[in-house]
Design a protein around this ligand. Structure first.
Ligand code: ZN
Ligand code: ZN
Length: 304
């Protein structure tokens, strides 16, 4: 069966290699370079289910460990020590190796299996994988919506995971490292991986069920950005050029590091607004901000 990535193969010559598949798509002037590579991949694989499964699995491994690599290198360069948030707590090589093995095992045991069901799910609910892709504005809009919704999901379920038994039997594993490093982002109990992972994978699925408008390329871009956000927020480094210094509502490493340091507060993933408005910011700064807010409230009552 020919791939459903494109609707009209009538002008195509026979192709058996990826290069030949790309030759065919390169003649289509209405496709950009990324679309041509994407379509050639599906056409060459000749099995859409397998192609999507492999794409998502490799993307996840490559983007996750690829994003961890600069942080592993930075941990070994003394120059960066001054930017370390908990400066005395540098991860040892043994700690990093143990964490790497555990996360990799979990990827194969917990995540590899459900990934193969992603293509049938896409087909059923109408997540398109065809070329051409949607416009960049549509992709950007969908990415923004996913960031905001995932952050809300993460805030409430992460906060819930800090409750008594849920913490003891599930979330405690993720809190093994009081001073996190990049690789610890996905170091978690399988139930937590599924529960918080729903915010990343389930929200786009529900979005498509409602709107009937979503492309797999957008989902891949979203997974990549969300992985970068998760790894970076566990990096343990705060730089003068860190994003939240320019976008004050962006959470970043300093927000999540405090969560690991104090074991309580700062529950959200990408943004600071939930913790700010619900008074759950962690650490001494969060406490003093809360006190300031209470003082202003009390004074405004007095003047009434
Ligand atoms: Zn936590
Ligand atoms: Zn964490």
């Amino acid at each position: 069966m020919v791939s459903l990535v494109y609707h009209d193969y009538s002008g195509f010559s026979n192709s058996t290699t990826f290069g030949e598949a790309y030759q065919n798509f390169s003649q289509l002037t209405d496709l950009n370079w990324v679309e041509k590579v994407w379509a050639s991949y599906y056409y060459y694989m000749n099995n859409d289910l397998f192609a999507t499964g492999l794409l998502i699995f490799v993307l996840h491994e490559f983007m996750y460990f690829g994003r961890c690599l600069p942080w592993i290198i930075i941990d070994r360069i003394p120059y960066f020590r001054k930017y370390k948030i908990q400066d005395a707590k540098l991860p040892s090589e043994k700690e990093q190796w143990e964490c790497f093995k555990s996360v990799l095992t979990s990827h194969f045991l917990v995540e590899a299996f459900p990934i193969w069901f992603f293509h049938p799910v896409c087909q059923r609910i109408g997540i398109s994988f065809e070329v051409p892709f949607p416009s960049w504005t549509t992709i950007a809009l969908h990415l923004s919506v996913f960031f905001v919704l995932e952050d809300a999901w993460h805030y409430w379920f992460h906060r819930g995971l800090h409750y008594g038994v849920f913490y003891k039997y599930i979330h405690k594993q993720h809190h093994r490292y009081a001073a996190p490093f990049g690789l610890t982002a996905e170091y978690a109990h399988p139930i937590e991986v599924m529960l918080l992972g729903f915010g990343t994978v389930g929200i786009p699925i529900v979005w498509c069920l409602i709107t009937k408008n979503l492309h797999l390329f957008t989902v891949c871009s979203w997974i990549t950005l969300r992985l970068f956000q998760a790894v970076d927020s566990h990096s343990g480094y705060e730089f003068p050029w860190s994003l939240h210094n320019f976008l004050p509502f962006w959470a970043g490493a300093d927000h999540h590091d405090e969560h690991h340091h104090y074991f309580i507060g700062s529950y959200s993933s990408s943004f600071r607004w939930w913790d700010y408005f619900l008074d759950t910011e962690a650490g001494p700064k969060g406490k003093s901000d809360r006190e300031k807010k209470m003082k202003i409230k009390a004074e405004s009552k007095k003047t009434l």
